[in-house]
Design a protein around this ligand. Structure first.
Ligand SMILES: [Zn+2]
Length: 275
């Protein structure tokens, strides 16, 4: 396992909030992965292979998931949470499983990457988990009542409390996002969830407008934000990007891939009207 021994981290201030830029050379393949439908259909599924490998000795969970060590970690204690069945990555029936896993892993956070927003295996249902120590969104979420959570350039939705409440509000938000953004399939999103010792479960839903910034496609900047990036650790696997990224650059990346202002306000208003 590559580990985090070679990782370097810089702190920058993006829109008034501190976030981390993390240089992890072993993330090049994930950041630049080709995940269009045809390419995915052609390749053997690495999660099926990982799950069936006897030396992995994953820890079986309820809900059909197995915990495996993530071979390309971004955070400490980074795990891949792989479903036993080869079935498509979808959020709607997995919010409850995420909350249960968050409650079972104190000190960690649980991650879902949408099939168009950073999942490296969009054809095989999986989550991730890892240490939330120093994770910028945890600090930002503590400062806000929700449901709007705007920080370091991104716009997200924040739900907190008991399981049934967080589950119901998240499902309602996903449905509103589908209506407002009109995307085929599920709304483009990332999700992070964790359990706070004193205030119960917290879930942050990051609606997305783009998978990658335009600068990725022109070759100027190789970053490819997924949930951990949206949570305030922007992964820059190439040294030239890591060294030059300013706080303003980082805020601009988040602003470009997050949901635009108008649909965001509409969803927040509709969520608030039902509280
Ligand atoms: Zn598979």
């Amino acid at each position: 396992m590559a580990g985090l021994a070679d990782a370097l981290t810089r702190r920058v201030v993006a829109d008034g909030a501190e976030v981390l830029v993390r240089h992890i050379p072993h993330r090049v393949a994930s950041t630049t992965a080709v995940v269009d439908r045809e390419s995915i259909a052609r390749r053997p599924c690495f999660l099926c292979a990982a799950e069936s490998r006897p030396e992995q000795k994953g820890l079986a969970l309820g809900d059909g998931f197995t915990l495996l060590g993530n071979p390309f970690p971004i955070v400490e204690k980074h795990l891949t949470v792989v479903h036993a069945e080869h079935r498509p990555q979808r959020i709607d029936s997995q919010v409850g499983a995420m909350l249960d896993l968050a409650a079972a892993l104190p000190g960690s956070f649980v991650v879902y990457n949408g099939p168009q927003c950073g999942a490296s295996a969009p054809d095989h249902l999986h989550l991730q988990a890892g240490s939330r120590d120093g994770l910028p969104v945890v600090r930002e979420a503590r400062l806000k009542p929700g449901p709007a959570l705007e920080a370091y350039g991104m716009r997200a939705l924040l739900f907190r409390g008991e399981r049934s409440r967080v589950l119901g509000e998240t499902q309602r938000a996903l449905s509103l996002l589908s209506q407002v953004t009109g995307r085929e399939g599920e709304p483009w999103c990332n999700v992070a969830a964790w359990a706070e010792p004193d205030s119960g479960l917290t879930l942050v839903l990051y609606p997305r407008s783009k998978h990658r910034p335009e600068a990725f496609h022109t070759g100027e900047l190789k970053v490819s934000p997924a949930t951990i990036d949206m949570s305030g650790i922007l992964v820059a696997p190439f040294p030239k990007d890591f060294e030059r990224l300013t706080g303003d650059d980082v805020a601009a990346v988040y602003r470009e891939v997050t949901i635009p202002e108008d649909p965001f306000r509409e969803v927040v208003t509709r969520l608030e009207s039902r509280r």
